[in-house]
Design a protein around this ligand. Structure first.
Ligand SMILES: *Cc1c(COP(=O)(O)O)cnc(C)c1O
Length: 447
């Protein structure tokens, strides 16, 4: 089969998949999962027709997908893929750009610069910041924290690039008691040992308590969060960042999903966040862009571009080239689907989507409380933490609802008690989906 026919058939199959997305069970059934056995083949010695591979992928792969692109997926705050962003991604596949710098791809460099400017505007962060489009909040946090450490060491007269860490002044990290695991991972990879982390005590809502903030100094990185993964809570940025500023510490904010509150009527939750030094957020969660697209934002643009510099004799570029702001050297233009989402939604569309999800979370929490279930968090954002009776009953109710097809959501532990975590972040979720979920939960809790 010719290339264009192959692509046309793949597109036709993708269309069929999307047409059925609303009916697709949020999690594939056992028969579909068992069908995945066909993929366990030996490495072929010889080549074969591409059409056969594509058809195999669709026939046995599509049916075993999690319908995270559908309306009833409430797991992991991941969101779906907006049509505009998915369409941009499709076109980009044909372009096959290596979006390292302007010389590699004028179109990618130009559009990613626009996306960067728009992000700083919609998130209302310092306009002079550098914006790197990386693969994930994990990778972007790694980039920001390496810039942070390198800068704090430079202020001590230490050249990290040249002399590394041996014998360097120790840089301390202060994290929240409810820090996200990926911030711990980034810190661990950078060589900050876990046992050396200083943990800031949190209040009943899981926010760092400013009254009990550990001592900070000019060799400290303070990691805050916008949107705690269970409860959606925000650290109190105003007093915490004021304390960090007074001590000349570096403040990094993990806002993988929660930073988007800043683009909505819930903006007050993020008051003071603009005073931090660096921030990470995802496109692939609440902005509903395809994986994997995330953003590293650093107020001191040079701090990020020097820490992440990837210039070589055969490939030099401006400081704001994406390869000098992210981990990747060869890379996809991850900013383009983000640009497409922002261009089609506009400021109002983003605010409307975020607000709608927050409103649905409030509605669900109320409905569940009326129905006799326990909601463990005060619902400030898009997260609802639910428990019914004891641990075992909670697990049983969750399984019943999953089996009913009313929705998929994960379990968690909050303050020592098991619960399940329902997140609203898919553009496709309609109120009728939330009503169906609420009914299924209340019914399951009474069996
Ligand atoms: C999902 C998440 C992350 C990690 O984001 P990835 O893009 O999956 O690496 C970090 N922090 C919080 C609060 C998250 O919800």
């Amino acid at each position: 089969m010719q290339e264009l026919e192959l692509i046309a058939e793949a597109d036709e199959r993708a269309r069929t998949y999307l047409k059925g997305i609303e009916e697709r069970p949020p999690f594939p059934n056992k028969a579909a999962r068992d069908g995945l056995a066909v993929f366990t083949e030996p490495l072929p010695e010889g080549g074969s027709d591409a059409v056969d591979t594509m058809r195999l992928l669709d026939t046995h792969g599509s049916q075993a997908t999690t319908a995270s692109n559908g309306p009833r997926y409430f797991g992991f705050v991941v969101g779906a893929a907006l049509p505009a962003a998915a369409a941009a991604e499709r076109l980009m596949l044909a372009w096959d750009q290596c979006a390292s710098s302007y010389d590699n791809s004028p179109v990618a460099a130009t559009i990613e610069k626009v996306a960067a400017r728009w992000l700083l505007e919609i998130l209302d962060l310092p306009r002079e910041s550098a914006v790197g489009f990386g693969t994930s909040a994990t990778a972007c946090t790694l980039s920001c924290l390496s810039a942070a450490r390198r800068s704090l060491l430079a202020r001590q007269g230490w050249d990290f690039d040249k002399d590394g860490l041996s014998g360097a002044p120790e840089i301390k990290v202060v994290i929240s008691g409810t820090v996200h695991v990926t911030v711990v991972k980034a810190l661990r990879l950078l060589g900050f040992g876990i046992s050396r982390f200083i943990t800031a005590p949190t209040d009943a809502y899981g926010r760092i308590d400013p009254a009990r903030l550990p001592a900070l100094d000019d060799r400290t990185i303070l990691c805050l969060q916008a949107g705690e993964v269970n409860t959606g809570e925000f650290d109190p940025f105003i007093p915490l960042i004021a304390a960090a500023r007074a001590a000349n510490a570096w403040v990094h904010v993990d806002g993988a999903f929660g930073l988007w509150a800043r683009a909505s009527s819930r903006k007050a939750l993020t008051d003071g966040i603009e005073e931090a030094d660096s921030w990470t957020t995802d496109g692939h969660k609440w902005l509903n862009t395809p994986y994997d697209g995330a953003v590293a934002i650093c107020r001191d643009a040079e701090a990020l571009s020097q820490a992440m510099n990837g210039d070589a004799v055969y490939a030099t570029a401006f400081a704001d080239a994406q390869k000098n702001l992210t981990l990747e050297f060869s890379r996809r233009a991850r900013g383009i689907p983000i640009w497409a989402a922002l261009r089609t939604l506009g400021r109002d569309g983003v605010a409307e989507m975020v607000d709608r999800h927050c409103d649905e979370a409030v509605w669900l929490a109320e409905r569940l409380r009326e129905g006799g279930l326990e909601v463990l968090n005060r619902v400030v954002l898009n997260q609802v933490l639910v428990r019914c009776g004891d641990d075992e009953r909670t697990a049983r109710v969750r399984q019943r609802v999953l089996d009913s097809g009313a929705g998929w959501f994960g379990n968690t532990v909050w303050q020592g008690r098991s619960a399940f975590r329902i997140s609203f972040s898919s553009w496709r979720t309609r109120h009728e989906d939330v009503v169906r979920l609420a009914d299924a939960l209340v019914t399951a809790s009474r069996l």
